[in-house]
Design a protein around this ligand. Structure first.
Ligand SMILES: [Zn+2]
Length: 400
């Protein structure tokens, strides 16, 4: 490039910058300019699209029926890059998302946040409060939190996280010049079906509204087919139909698959396998914690027939889980319901969070009385005249 031409280009750039600033100043979007401000969160052709943003059927019992982000399947350790310049507002670990990072951006006067979840190395490259540049490596793809395989779950929050609105990341990025669909190697994401088919995981109450105070309309048996619409729910409750009649069921009791198939794991320290579906029936053997059970098709009430080490028998379905060391079935908080501490020592806390102070320390096998069920997997309980909160995952409903 000769000196004359370079000067002309410089003048042109100066003119464009002035124009861009002027337009931004009066609040008019400048798409061509914006396009240069965003980068893909993963290197080109290192990822597949695995799940779209939007309403969906619950992929596992207890999950959300609206996917707030876009999932990108990628190898563990793939570098994740900030999609725009900004400031890290969160970097650490949180329930569900596992290791996560949130970056707050203002690009051409538009405020938004990008959220990256299920990471590894979320605190290796960046920390809270740090400024990052577009395309800077902030963490790596992992499978931390509630995740079954390595992937990046990315959310975009217009107006900022968490007070703004989560929008479709693919559309948001494409409208600003980055087509993540065409930069992926495959597309495994399925479009939203018109209706979802679930199975009840236990004998469960179907109610007239989204809460335990609503009237019980009917009580379907385990493994009854329930229909729902993608996205139809309120909080932890799903709006469903059974034989054409509508009602509400808690999300923890609806599974996309027949419950008595595949394998489950023993939750408490030990669980009796019995000859018949009754607590008074002969004990055939004692199953250890996390014993892998093969589900047989017979179900009676809350009893499930299983196979373990070549022997068949019955166990109470309340004490088996989809996952190794999985969350306990939330015990009912009513009247004289008790649980036992299933941990060497457990803090009874002032509030339903691990950041709350301790009232006292409970020991294994201490009995607690249920006072109220919290929304986030915590219980308000009483022990030795003291009241506080514990996470239900550290309790067992089986008397030791
Ligand atoms: Zn996701």
């Amino acid at each position: 490039m000769g000196p004359t031409r370079r000067k002309a280009v410089t003048l042109l750039l100066a003119a464009m910058t002035a124009l861009g600033l002027a337009l931004t100043g009066v609040g008019i979007a400048v798409p061509a300019h914006a396009a240069t401000q965003l980068a893909a969160p993963l290197p080109d052709r290192t990822y597949v699209l695995s799940s779209y943003y939007g309403p969906r059927c619950m992929p596992v019992a207890g999950s959300s029926t609206f996917h707030l982000g876009q999932d990108f399947g990628a190898s563990r350790g793939t570098a994740i890059r900030a999609i725009a310049p900004g400031t890290v507002s969160r970097a650490g670990t949180v329930r569900g998302f596992g290791e996560w990072i949130v970056v707050d951006h203002v690009v051409n006067g538009e405020r938004f946040s990008s959220l990256y979840a299920h990471l590894v190395n979320a605190t290796k490259f960046v920390k809270k409060g740090q400024k990052v540049t577009r395309g800077q490596r902030i963490g790596d793809v992992g499978s931390s939190g509630t995740s079954t395989s390595p992937h990046l779950h990315m959310e975009i929050w217009k107006g900022g996280y968490p007070t703004g609105t989560a929008v479709d990341p693919l559309k948001f990025m494409k409208n600003r010049g980055v087509d993540l669909r065409s930069l992926s190697t495959r597309n495994y994401a399925r479009t939203t079906p018109s209706s979802c088919k679930y199975f009840t995981t236990a004998k469960v109450n179907m109610r007239s509204g989204p809460g335990e105070s609503y009237k019980v309309l009917r009580t379907p048996q385990p493994n009854v087919v329930i229909k729902g619409a993608p996205g139809a729910g309120s909080g932890d409750w799903r709006q469903v139909t059974r034989n054409g009649k509508s009602g509400w069921i808690h999300k923890n009791y609806l599974s996309p698959g027949y419950t008595s198939q595949g394998t489950r794991y023993v939750l408490p320290a030990s669980l009796n396998m019995r000859a018949k579906p009754s607590a008074s029936s002969k004990v055939k053997m004692s199953l250890p914690r996390n014993a892998k059970l093969t589900m047989l098709r017979e179900i009676k009430g809350t009893w499930q027939r299983v196979r373990y080490n070549g022997k068949n028998g019955w166990v109470s379905a309340r004490f088996i889980s989809d996952t190794v060391g999985g969350a306990q079935v939330v015990p009912k908080a009513s009247g004289n319901t008790y649980s036992w501490v299933d941990k060497k020592s457990l803090k009874l806390r002032k509030g339903p969070s691990t950041s709350s102070g301790a009232v006292m320390t409970l020991r294994r096998d201490n009995r607690v009385r249920h006072l109220a069920k919290m929304k986030n997997g915590w219980l308000k309980v009483k022990h030795g005249g003291k009241t506080g909160y514990v996470a239900t995952k550290h309790l067992t409903s089986r008397k030791p």
